[in-house]
Design a binder for this molecule. Structure first.
Ligand code: F6P
Length: 542
């Protein structure tokens, strides 16, 4: 595979970046009153305004050429048709099948996966109806009031984020999420619950993840301490996994297991039975609306021309900053408190997918890949890290995500939230010149000496990029479209960077070493380590 940097369009983009360095977005807006119309697009109930980016129309057309010449469309079609694009694990990446509401056949090894997908959805519906109606009862005959999802990474973050985002729609049992092996996590959750009315979902694709298995055993001990016999397990434990054998070995009847498949990547799995806590919390109808929103975005990604294709536009703009303007970090800033876990979810989605240093052929790449993804909800972030966004020396690109309406409707709150969101994107773009700073200080009645002293501190360089994504409302359907938009954005970038976005070998080494050190901390073995690790093991053992 030839490195993408050898394409002539890569050099053209470099030249365009040189030119852009000298331009300020203030002037780009001033000289083009159609800039918003030119650089905004809609799909799946979402509006994307990407006009506050350091781009010219020609930048975008070069980026579109990059997409075409790097084979993005062929790679996308290969994903949708079930080809084994996860080449290091020899698997398709078919999360789109999980939300394929059109039900058209999708073949893996000549076999349509849709009947199995639909069967699990039907199983989820039957279970959620039984549990939510109180027909499913615990070992003392009481209905379930609390559901604890035990899982980590992709078996935690998606369900947790969506349950939090859809809180206004929650009309089922309360949901809790335990992920960390730190006993502080499970201890605090169990302390609030009654074993008679609690159901545990053990969510693990592999059913071997150490953290999840340790938490699952602790949960079972807690239940059995109250119930006094093993019979309670079948009423209080269900599993979501690809590994029936391990589920059985843990003691969960496979009748109480919800399956998924190796072609679902962990961080792309919330659409599968890993989404069970969502279905239990808001009901299966709303879970299916979430799938519908994602399906609509899938169709858009698959069929819309590149120039109007939201995931393509977002992905290419990210590449522009990462590879041509040297940005190393991208902030996710939802102006919706219920989306407060979105930055963390997207951290795994993006960084585990595109944090790669070799291409699909295993050859080290000669360009930057995935940026650091981070963020927090507005307006809180404004009072924490926005100072650095406005006046720091680091260049950071941003996504602002906002819903037109609020589900809570408490007078002025939502208007103030919206005003802050728009004000931040405007301030980041426009900045404040020294003349403006001086004029403002003068208007405040400051002395000439104070103006001289304070003016440099009041200068905002501006020219800081942002995308704004507007949802009509934070509904299950729009949320599904939003998450799928980001999944495909990550895909677009991975395709252009020629990396495998669907494996995660980088998490393995630490897991192996933890296994070795765990034995040493238990005094069961000794191994060779550097002097720092050795001293710390000794310190923590004693
Ligand atoms: O940390 C690596 C990882 O494999 C993630 O990709 C995954 O989402 C998580 O661990 C949990 O894995 P499992 O669902 O198999 O427990």
């Amino acid at each position: 595979m030839k490195q993408v940097t050898s394409l002539p369009v890569w050099s053209n983009l470099r030249a365009d970046a040189e030119k852009l360095q000298a331009l300020h977005m203030r002037d780009l807006f001033a000289s083009d009153d159609q800039r918003y119309q030119r650089f905004s697009a809609r799909a799946g109930g979402l509006l994307l305004d990407y006009s506050k980016n350091r781009i010219l129309p020609e930048t975008l057309s070069l980026l579109m050429q990059l997409a075409q010449q790097s084979g993005l469309e062929q790679h996308r079609d290969a994903m949708f048709s079930g080809e084994r694009i996860n080449n290091t694990e020899n698997r398709p990446a078919l999360h789109v099948a999980l939300r394929n509401r059109s039900n058209t056949p999708i073949l893996v090894d000549g076999k349509d996966v849709m009947p199995a997908v639909n069967a699990v959805l039907a199983q989820m519906r039957a279970f959620s109806v039984a549990l939510r109606s109180g027909e499913w009862r615990g070992y003392t005959g009481r209905a379930i009031t609390d559901v604890v999802n035990i899982g980590i990474g992709g078996s935690d973050l998606g369900g947790h984020m969506v349950c939090t985002a859809l809180a206004p729609f929650a009309d089922g049992p309360a949901t809790h999420f335990v992920s960390n092996v730190d006993d502080a996590d499970i201890a605090q959750v169990l302390a609030r619950l009654n074993p008679e009315t609690t159901l545990f979902i053990i969510a693990s694709k592999t059913f071997t993840t150490r953290e999840t298995m340790v938490n699952a055993h602790t949960a079972r001990d807690w239940l059995l301490a109250a119930a006094g016999n093993d019979g309670a397990v079948e009423k209080h434990f269900v599993a979501v996994s690809t590994n029936a054998e391990k589920v059985r070995a843990f003691g969960i009847d496979t009748d109480n297991m919800f399956a998924f498949w190796d072609w679902v990547g962990g961080r792309y799995s919330l659409w599968s039975a890993i989404g069970l806590p969502i279905a239990l919390s808001v009901g299966m109808d709303r879970f299916e609306q979430l799938l519908e929103g994602a399906h609509e975005m899938d169709q858009h990604f698959r069929t819309a021309p590149l120039e109007q294709n939201l995931p393509v536009i977002l992905g290419l703009i990210g590449i522009w900053y990462r590879n041509f303007l040297g940005y190393a970090s991208h902030a996710i800033l939802p102006y919706a408190n219920d989306l407060r876990l979105l930055p963390m979810f997207l951290q795994q989605l993006d960084m585990e997918s595109n944090g790669k240093r070799v291409n699909r052929d295993g050859v080290p790449v000669d360009y930057d890949t995935g940026p650091v993804i981070w963020g927090a909800q507005g307006t809180n972030g404004q009072h924490a890290f926005f100072q650095l966004l406005h006046q720091g020396t680091e260049n950071i690109s941003t996504d602002f995500i906002v819903a037109k309406t609020s589900a809570y409707d408490l007078g002025e709150h939502h208007r103030i939230l919206l005003a802050n969101c728009l004000a931040q994107t405007e301030a980041l773009m426009r900045g404040q010149t020294e003349e403006e700073a001086r004029a403002a200080l003068k208007a405040e009645g400051k002395s000439d000496a104070d103006i001289e002293r304070l003016a440099p501190h009041k200068v905002f360089p501006g020219n800081k990029p942002s995308n704004t994504i507007v949802l009509d409302e934070l509904s299950p359907k729009n949320l599904g479209a939003l998450i799928a938009l980001y999944e495909h954005k990550v895909f677009v970038q991975g395709a252009i960077w020629q990396i495998n976005s669907f494996d995660q070998w980088g998490v393995e080494l630490g897991k192996q070493l933890a296994g070795v050190i765990e034995q040493e901390l238990a005094g069961k073995s000794t191994a060779d380590h550097d002097s720092s690790t050795k001293a710390l093991i000794h310190l923590l053992r004693s």
